[in-house]
Design a protein around this ligand. Structure first.
Ligand code: SAM
Ligand code: FES
Length: 353
C-alpha cells in the first residue's frame, strides 16, 4: 500500500485524518490516488443514499442585506447591486411551479433583510407548509436570535443553512467586517441544532487567506458539530466587492474536499453547488461523482435571477425553473444517477432501510 492509499484507508475506517494527511490529499498529483479518493467517497454516498439525487428548489427571495461580507456580491456596500424583494405571492407562485416539477423541498434564501421580520418569515413558512404539507422548508437567512430560530421552527421550518464560512477566528476576521464574529456564527449553529433543525454549515473553497490549516479547522469543526448538511463551493470573485481581484477556488480542490467530507461524514447531505457548476460546465456532475448527493436548481423568477449575483458569471440566470429542473435530470442521468421526488431528509446513522 502506498502512503496515499493508507491515508484513504484510514479516512474510510476512522472517518478522520491529520493535518499532514489532509495536505497530502489536497496536493498530491498522483491521479490514481485522486481517483481512488473520489471512488471511495462515491461508494460511501451510495451506501447511504443509493444512486438517488435529492433536488431542492432554491428561491432567492431578497438580495437586500445588512451585512458587508467582503466576498459577497449582495453585501450592503455594493452600490452596483440592483435590489429586489419577492412578495409572498411571488414566493408561493415559485413553490406552486416547483411542486408541479417534483420539488418537495423549498429553500428560502436571502440576505439578512430587516424588512422580513420574524412575523413575516413565520407567515411565509406557515403559508408554504399549509399549501404543501408534504414538503420540507429550508431557511437560509443568516444570523438571528435563538428566539427567532425557535419561532421559524414552530411555524414549520424543517432545515436551516448557515455556512460557518471558516472555523478559524483570524481567518473569519479577514473575510468579514468587525461587527461580525465567528463566535456568534457558531452560537447560531448550535442553537439551530438544539432547536431540532436539520442544520447545515459549510464554507467556500479557496476563499482569500484560506490555508490547509484553516481547512483542517473547518473539517474538525464539522466533525464536532455533526451537521445534517454541509454546503461547500468554490469562492468566485465578484467584481464590485473588496475581493473582486482575488483568485477563485479551484474545481479540483472543491472535488477533493467533497470526497474528504463524504468519507468523514458518510450520512451528511452534500450538495454539488451552483458555484461548482459555474467554474466548470460539468462541475455538478463531477461533484456527484466525488460524493455529493444533492443539487439545488433555481426556482426564483427569471426577472430577478440576474440580481442575486453573489459572484460573477453565475450560471442559469436566464433559465426558467422547468428548464433548470429538466436540465438537472438529464445531467444526473448522464452519469447514471436519478433525480427523485422526495423531501430528501437527512438519514442519520441509526436509519435502517
Ligand atoms: N444571508 C444568508 C447567509 O449568510 O447564510 C444566505 C445568503 S449567503 C449569500 C449564502 C452563501 O453564499 C454564503 O454563505 C457564502 O458562502 C456564499 N457566497 C457568498 N459570496 C460568494 C462568492 N463570492 N463566491 C462563492 N460563494 C459565495
Ligand atoms: Fe449578506 Fe452576502 S453579505 S448575503
Amino acid at each position: 500500500m502506498t502512503h496515499e492509499e493508507k491515508i484513504i484507508e484510514h479516512l474510510k475506517t476512522e472517518k478522520m485524518l491529520s493535518v499532514g494527511e489532509l495536505d497530502c490529499l489536497l496536493t498530491t498529483e498522483d491521479t490514481e490516488t485522486v481517483e481512488k479518493l473520489k471512488a471511495e467517497a462515491r461508494m460511501a454516498a451510495q451506501s447511504v443514499y443509493g444512486k438517488q439525487i435529492y433536488i431542492r428548489g432554491l428561491i432567492e427571495f431578497t438580495n437586500y442585506c445588512k451585512n458587508d461580507c467582503y466576498y459577497c456580491g449582495i453585501r450592503r456596500g455594493n452600490a452596483c447591486a440592483e435590489r429586489y424583494r419577492l412578495t409572498e405571492e411571488q414566493i408561493l407562485t415559485c413553490c406552486a411551479a416547483g411542486y408541479e416539477l417534483g420539488f418537495r423541498t423549498f429553500v428560502l434564501q436571502g440576505g439578512e433583510d430587516p424588512y422580513f421580520t420574524d412575523e413575516k418569515i413565520c407567515g411565509l413558512v406557515s403559508a408554504i407548509k399549509r399549501a404543501y404539507p408534504d414538503c420540507a422548508v429550508t431557511l437560509s437567512i443568516g444570523e438571528k436570535e435563538r428566539a427567532s430560530y425557535q419561532a421559524y421552527f414552530d411555524a414549520g421550518a424543517d432545515r436551516y443553512l448557515l455556512r460557518h464560512e471558516t472555523a478559524d477566528t483570524v481567518h473569519y476576521g479577514k473575510l468579514h467586517p468587525e461587527e461580525m464574529s465567528l463566535k456568534n456564527r457558531m452560537r447560531c449553529l448550535r442553537d439551530l441544532k438544539e432547536i431540532g433543525y436539520q442544520t447545515g454549515c459549510g464554507f467556500m473553497v479557496g476563499s482569500p487567506y484560506q490555508t490547509t490549516e484553516t481547512l483542517y479547522e473547518d473539517l474538525m469543526f464539522i466533525k464536532e458539530l455533526g451537521p445534517a448538511m454541509v454546503g461547500i463551493g468554490p469562492f468566485i470573485p465578484q467584481k464590485d466587492t473588496p475581493f473582486g481581484g482575488e483568485t477563485a477556488g479551484t474545481l479540483e480542490m472543491t472535488l477533493r474536499l467533497l470526497s474528504i467530507l463524504r468519507l468523514m461524514n458518510p450520512h451528511v447531505l452534500l450538495p454539488a453547488t451552483t458555484a461548482l457548476g459555474t467554474i466548470h460546465p460539468q462541475g455538478r456532475e463531477m461533484g456527484i461523482l466525488s460524493g455529493a448527493n444533492v443539487v439545488m436548481p433555481n426556482l426564483s423568477p427569471v426577472s430577478v435571477r440576474e440580481k442575486y449575483k453573489l459572484y460573477d458569471n453565475k450560471i442559469c440566470t436566464g433559465d426558467e425553473a422547468a428548464e433548470c429542473r429538466f436540465c438537472m435530470q438529464r445531467r444526473m442521468e448522464s452519469i447514471g444517477y436519478e433525480v427523485v421526488t422526495d423531501r430528501g431528509d437527512y438519514r442519520p446513522a441509526v436509519y435502517n432501510k
